[in-house]
Design a protein around this ligand. Structure first.
Ligand code: BES
Ligand code: MN
Ligand code: ZN
Length: 496
């Protein structure tokens, strides 16, 4: 959805969206339209018992006096509860409602709550919500094959007193939404298209925004000793890739934060093959990489004054004559050896080398990795919260705070030496799976062995990278989880 801003001037045709508050009911604009239509809005609200609750909507089509107008009334809840996050949710409600209205553009009036909610900041947040919620992945819907692409509204003009200010604010928020959409597009892409090289090509597109992008192929990774990552990809005919993205907006003396993503473009489980039921979900096993690439897009898009490094390990986990076997022992880039008990515990093998590489080459002030790492995190937290593990209290606190600022749910999980001991094995320095219980924790303990003491956090997003149900700001499907948190985290702690 394309967003623009304008000063208030009520249109007499097209689609007009008006917010209705649970207490105030009709805004000044709504009253004007009501008057011009001989009370049609008030009558419709009354007849529908519309209470202005968040999530309610009602359309009034071609009312007498404004025959060319479709008025969409959207409930906004109590004005006094309104803040930026709420404004995003209300905007999302508008975006959702507009997906079902035919036409190409609509106008949303942001003035009903008086000075505060009429303000540019809230207008920009309404726009962000509408933009995020209107996303749909319709790339592979054809007119010929039945269901067509949605022909809902794709342009939204937001009318607000102080349009210039709102436009400036949305310049920043819109760049973040671009990042979220990049992550959602990547995660949604089917794996016949989405090879490691295809993913690397998508990363290269960030060059246009000033991101320095480097791509390592298998030969280079072999030289570096990244045998754990390479072992995962060795059963695939598609070449594994490691992509390094650098955004230097902060200048020489600024701190550097690094984001590392698991990018398994399809996870069959390898020789420890997964059962058929639900295996198609493994197209989103590159969700961690999607988060990192989306975050780089957001940060570069809004020209953040910060130094940020993104590293993604891109591999396909396939069973094949050349695939790794259970019982294999691989030597990671760190020099530590791993006995591969289960080839389906592949994400940690990829991240082990990506983490080691990142800290060794860049000596970052912090590393944060994202991975659809374990089914076990879903057993623990369901599909609502992502699991956070951290070696550093301050980093954990700051990450949680940033996630709360943008309304993404993250829950701290424990690290403990007692869990760490559970991945020891007589035949190598460690094995790649622990005992049955606490599978998400032992996976995190495994990763920690590759952080070399650098302050580190790990976010297991297996439960949240994809949503089977609608979310406040998102339609079903890929969520782009943590792109907004990362942007906020950088804003809070790394901008100079
Ligand atoms: N990619 C999966 C985890 C996953 C499961 C993500 C479901 C999203 C939805 C991961 O590579 C995996 O297979 N993990 C195994 C680990 C086990 C073999 C120790 C798991 O969780 O079952
Ligand atoms: Mn797996
Ligand atoms: Zn996986």
């Amino acid at each position: 959805m394309r967003i623009s801003f304008a000063e208030l001037k009520l249109p007499t045709s097209g689609v007009l969206v008006l917010l209705v508050d649970a207490e105030v009911r009709l805004s000044v604009s709504a009253k004007a339209v009501d008057k011009a239509t001989k009370g049609a809005l008030a009558r419709a609200l009354d007849a529908a018992k519309f209470a202005g609750k968040k999530g309610e909507s009602l359309s009034v089509i071609a009312p007498q006096g404004r025959e060319k107008l479709t008025v969409l009334l959207v409930g906004a809840g109590k004005a006094k509860d309104l803040d930026c996050l709420r404004a995003q949710e209300i905007g999302a409600q508008v975006g959702k409602a507009l997906n079902a209205v035919s036409g190409s553009s609509a106008t949303l009036v942001s003035e009903m709550f008086g000075a505060r909610a009429g303000g540019p900041e809230l207008a920009a947040n309404l726009a962000l919500g509408a933009r995020l919620r209107s996303y749909s992945y319709d790339k592979y819907l054809t007119k010929s094959g039945g269901r067509a692409r949605s022909d809902g509204i794709d342009r939204l003009q937001v009318m607000v007193k102080g349009a210039r200010d709102a436009r400036r604010r949305y310049g920043v928020l819109g760049a973040v939404a671009d990042g979220v959409d990049v992550a959602r597009d990547l995660v949604s892409e089917p794996s016949n298209v989405k090879s490691p090289k295809w993913m690397a090509a998508q990363c290269r597109k960030l060059t246009k925004l000033g991101v320095k992008v480097e791509v390592l192929g298998e030969a280079q990774m072999r030289k570096l000793g990244m045998n754990a990552l390479l072992a995962v990809g060795q059963g695939s005919v598609r070449e594994s890739q490691l992509v390094i993205m650098r955004w230097n907006g902060g200048g020489k003396d600024a701190k550097t934060v690094s984001f590392i993503g698991k990018g398994v473009t399809f996870d069959t489980g390898g020789i420890s093959i997964k059962p058929a039921g639900g295996m198609e979900d493994m197209i989103w096993d590159m969700g961690g990489a999607g988060t990192v690439i989306g975050a780089m897009r957001a940060i570069a898009g809004r020209k953040a004054k910060a130094n940020v490094i993104g590293v993604v390990g891109l591999v396909e986990n396939m069973p094949d004559g050349n695939a790794q076997r259970p019982g294999d022992i691989v030597t990671t880039m760190s020099g530590q050896t791993v006995e591969v008990i289960n080839t389906d515990a592949e994400g940690r093998l990829v991240l082990a080398d990506a983490l080691w590489y990142t800290q060794k080459r860049f000596k970052p002030d912090a590393m944060i990795d994202f991975a659809t790492l374990t089914g076990a995190i879903m057993v623990a937290l369901g599909r609502e919260y992502a699991g956070l593990y951290a070696s550093d209290e301050e980093l954990a606190k700051n990450f949680v705070a940033a996630s709360q600022d943008v309304g993404e749910k993250v829950w701290r999980m424990p690290l403990d030496e007692a869990y760490d001991l559970q991945i020891n094995t007589p035949r190598a320095d460690m094995k790649n799976v622990g005992p049955r219980w606490g599978g998400s924790i032992t996976a995190a303990q495994f990763l920690q062995r590759y952080t070399n003491g650098v302050p580190w956090a790990h976010i297991d997003i297996a439960g949240v990278a994809w949503s089977d149900k609608e979310q406040p700001l998102m339609a079903r499907g890929a969520t782009g989880f943590a792109v907004r948190t990362l942007d906020q985290f950088v804003r809070n702690h790394y901008e100079t």
